[in-house]
Design a binder for this molecule. Structure first.
Ligand code: CP
Ligand code: NVA
Length: 310
């Protein structure tokens, strides 16, 4: 059956666990899988910049025996000179998987609607599922389990990464405090709050938005933050955003409030002195580079899952 991954909740909890376990297996024994996607092609549309996503997908596809194409749509006719539906149909005749990093959620939905091969969201304004599945792999490796714990998120909560973190915490029955300024432009959208509340009903998760950083850190096993200047945010907003988010900066005193074995995560790119201080991101509780590495393993697992290889 044709499946896509546009947001993390497109997979069930069981499927997330299956993909995470496969990623751990791929990480331990990469050679065993080095020809499983032989002759297959991944097409990657990029409308925004990337370091990790581009390199890890390209490397991952090559390690599985396949081939990846990087296609910058910054200056291309996508959705302008031809319909997205035509692009999706044509690309489906050439390649086995389409991945896209776009500004607008509707664009990736349209690609998925018309594609005849799986579509993977590599980041839009609504989700970052590859990141969040890799993050949960990292948490599983560090904590030896994914059973209920508390994750606290700090900073910009009108944010793709935050949204998928909220969804996965709801799916896994976790507690999550989202600490952000008390204004709509930095808070989660209602549509996400509604989805998270529905997901939580089934699992007993408690995901809440609060506006006090110290309270958010209480009892936390995972402290997470993301950029204050996501891709595409105009430079002239930097000072205003910095001022708004500074009370939610992750500092050593925030880390001290959390559980003694708390880990610090940031999907990267990170700016020291902005969303976290340098001593936090470069300190002993930081697992940001394990997080980054796991993008490679989880995306290999996601591609194998969508190609029905396990
Ligand atoms: N975390 C992440 O997706 O990084 P890039 O923007 O470098 O791909
Ligand atoms: N929220 C960030 C994530 C980067 C991986 C952004 O959209 O730029």
């Amino acid at each position: 059956m044709l499946r896509h991954l546009l947001k993390v909740s497109d997979f069930s909890k069981n499927e997330c666990e299956k993909v995470i376990n496969k990623a751990i297996e791929l990480k331990k024994n990469p050679k065993k899988f080095n020809s499983i996607l032989e002759g297959e092609t991944l097409l990657m549309f990029f409308e925004k910049p990337s370091l990790r996503t581009r390199i890890s997908f390209e490397t991952g596809m090559q390690q599985l025996g396949g081939h990846a194409i990087f296609y910058s749509i910054k200056d291309s006719p996508l959705g302008k000179k031809e319909n997205l539906s035509d692009t999706a149909k044509v690309a489906s005749r050439f390649v086995n998987i389409i991945a896209a990093r776009v500004f607008k959620r509707q664009d990736i939905r349209d690609l998925a609607k018309y594609a005849e091969v799986p579509v993977i969201n590599m980041l839009d304004d609504f989700a970052h599922p590859c990141q969040i599945l890799g993050d949960f792999q990292t948490i599983k490796e560090k904590k030896n389990s994914l059973t209920t714990m508390k994750l606290s998120y700090f900073g910009d909560a009108h944010n793709n990464v935050t949204y998928d973190l909220m969804r996965i915490c709801a799916m896994f029955g976790w507690r999550m405090d989202v600490a952000c300024p008390d204004v709509p432009e930095y808070s989660p959208e209602q549509i996400v709050l509604d989805e998270v509340s529905d997901l939580s009903k089934e699992t007993g998760a408690e995901v809440q938005v609060i506006h006090n950083a110290t309270n958010a850190a209480q009892d936390s096993s995972v402290i997470y933050t993301d950029s204050w200047m996501s891709y595409g945010i105009p430079q002239e907003q930097e000072e205003e955003r910095k001022k708004a988010f500074m009370p939610f900066q992750v500092t050593p005193s925030i880390m001290k409030v959390a559980k003694p074995d708390v880990v610090f995560m940031n999907c990267l790119p990170a700016m020291r002195g902005y969303e976290q201080t340098a001593d936090v991101i470069d300190g002993p509780q930081s697992i940001v580079f394990d997080q980054a590495e796991n993008r490679l393993h989880i995306q290999k697992a996601i591609m194998l899952f969508l190609r029905e290889k396990f």
